[in-house]
Each structure stands twice: as structure tokens, then as C-alpha cells.
Design a protein around this ligand. Structure first.
Ligand code: B12
Length: 210
């Protein structure tokens, strides 16, 4: 089995300590942080999702994989940083109300920070009113909304509408993302942009703020 396959298997098994060791060993052997993230970890979470859907894995096991993923990302974090920090602007981000998924959002935060953005992370299950309060308090240039469930996608629309109704829409750009989200949905709900992954998200934020 290749290093990346072993990483994927260990992520699925939810063994965080072993996973950290394997990630470090792969780095030491010369595999790039990006490759480990994409081909070892994110592809592993996709398999976890499939197993969850088919009933072969249950929530506690999925949570163990999610926690293992976070510890592995901690090892990769310093190496994934893009490096050119030109004080890009301020980003406010959160997973919308009703949705507790944050692994992808946390990766977006990491890439944005490493691209030089000042990021305020509101966490998960963020109601529209909390976005409004935080926009008033922090005056971000960009607001990022994350959703991983088809049932919480409408909450993205609600959040955008609430921002509009509060008269704050013209002061910022809104970007959206998460596995079930796509460009067509982003257009439909009036977002300014959509990105499929964390790297694309930070490029999009730069393009919109420039
Ligand atoms: C881990 C996980 C969980 C964990 C979450 C732990 C955590 N701390 O996040 C737990 C166990 C809590 C969980 C719970 C549930 N989950 Co879940 N979960 C997953 C799983 C396996 C992986 C998600 C993940 O982390 N992917 C890896 C990251 C890196 O990818 P990502 O999130 O897509 O993020 C990337 C991009 O989308 C993008 N991005 C993300 N956010 C943003 C934001 C912006 C602004 C931008 C620009 C880009 C961007 O960049 C990211 C990085 O590249 C997925 C399956 C899957 N393959 O998606 C199911 C999945 C999302 N879950 C699912 C379900 C059904 C649930 C539950 C309802 C299960 C239940 N019966 O209770 C609950 C809901 C809880 C809730 N209210 O949120 C379904 C959703 C189905 C659907 N159509 O809606 C999925 C698809 C599994 C499946 N195949 O059935 N889950």
C-alpha cells in the first residue's frame, strides 16, 4: 500500500495519533503537503461520506475520522500557507444555521489567512442575525458562507436576504461554498462568487477584493 493509501485508511479508521505520524513520515519522504491533503485526506473523507450514506459508518465513527482529519491538517497547516501576505482585507466566515460541518470551512480559513486576509471565524450553526451583528462590529470586505447539507442550503439564501434587508449588502462581497453548492446555486441566491475548494476560495476572495 502506498503512503497516501495508508493515510486514507488510517483516516477512515479514525486513528488521529497514527495519522499524524503517517502524515509527518510522508512529508519527510518528500510528498507535498498539498498532495497529502488532496489525495490522502480529502479523498478519505469522501469515502467516509460514502460509508456514512450506505450505513457502513455511524456518526461517532465519522466524528472520529473528522477529529483525526483536524489533527492531520494541523501538521500540514504551516506548509500549506501561500506566503504572500499583502494585507488582503477582512473576511468574515461561518457555517450557516442548522449545519455543524466545519472541516472544509476551517481549510478555507487557513488558506485565506495564509493569503494575507484577516479572518473572523464565527464557527458553525451561525444564524443570519449573528452574521449581521458581526458585520456591523467588524466591517468585513468579504463574507463567506459554508453549507454541507442540502437542507441548510436555503439558509444561505436567508442569510443573504437578511444582510440585504439590513442595508449592509452594498458594503461587502458574499461568497459561498460547501460540497452541495455550485455556481448556479450561488447565482440563484445572489452571491458574488462560489469556489469549489479552499485554494480557489482564497483566489476568489483576492479577485473580488482587488
Ligand atoms: C465529517 C462529516 C460529518 C461530521 C462533521 C464534523 C465536522 N466537524 O465538520 C458529523 C459527524 C458531525 C456529520 C454530521 C451530519 N452529517 Co455529515 N458528513 C461529513 C462528511 C463525511 C465529510 C465532510 C467533510 O469534512 N469533507 C471534507 C472537506 C475538506 O470538504 P468540504 O466540506 O466540501 O469543503 C471544501 C469545499 O466544499 C469548499 N468550501 C467549504 N466551505 C466553504 C465556504 C466558502 C465560502 C467557500 C468559498 C468554499 C467552501 O472548500 C473546502 C476545502 O477544500 C460528508 C461527506 C462528504 N464527502 O462531504 C458528510 C455529509 C455532508 N453529511 C451528511 C449528513 C446527512 C449528516 C447528518 C444529517 C447525519 C445525521 N443523520 O445526523 C449530520 C448533520 C449534522 C448537522 N446539523 O450539520 C450528508 C449530507 C447529505 C445531503 N445531501 O445533505 C453527507 C454528504 C454524507 C452522505 N453522503 O450522506 N457529518
Amino acid at each position: 500500500m502506498s503512503d497516501l493509501q495508508t493515510i486514507t485508511e488510517t483516516l477512515i479508521a479514525g486513528d488521529g495519533d497514527k495519522l499524524q505520524e503517517l502524515v509527518q513520515a510522508a512529508l519527510d519522504a518528500g510528498t507535498s503537503a498539498k498532495e497529502i491533503l488532496q489525495k490522502g485526506l480529502i479523498s478519505g473523507m469522501d469515502i467516509v461520506g460514502e460509508k456514512m450514506e450506505s450505513g457502513d459508518m455511524f456518526i461517532p465513527e465519522v466524528l472520529m475520522s473528522a477529529q483525526a482529519m483536524s489533527t492531520a491538517v494541523d501538521v500540514l497547516k504551516p506548509l500549506l500557507a501561500e506566503g504572500d501576505s499583502t494585507s488582503a482585507g477582512k473576511v468574515l466566515i461561518g457555517t450557516v444555521k442548522g449545519d455543524l460541518h466545519d472541516i472544509g470551512k476551517n481549510l478555507v480559513v487557513m488558506m485565506m489567512e495564509s493569503a494575507g486576509f484577516d479572518v473572523i471565524d464565527l464557527g458553525v450553526d451561525v444564524p443570519p442575525e449573528k452574521f449581521i451583528e458581526a458585520i456591523k462590529a467588524n466591517k468585513p470586505n468579504i463574507v463567506g458562507l459554508s453549507a454541507l447539507l442540502t437542507t441548510t442550503m436555503p439558509m444561505m439564501k436567508k442569510s443573504i436576504m437578511t444582510i440585504e434587508e439590513s442595508g449592509l449588502r452594498d458594503t461587502l462581497k458574499i461568497i459561498v461554498g460547501g460540497a452541495p453548492v455550485n455556481q448556479a446555486f450561488a447565482d440563484e441566491i445572489g452571491a458574488d462568487g462560489y469556489a469549489a475548494d479552499a485554494g480557489a476560495a482564497s483566489k476568489l476572495a483576492k479577485a473580488l477584493y482587488a
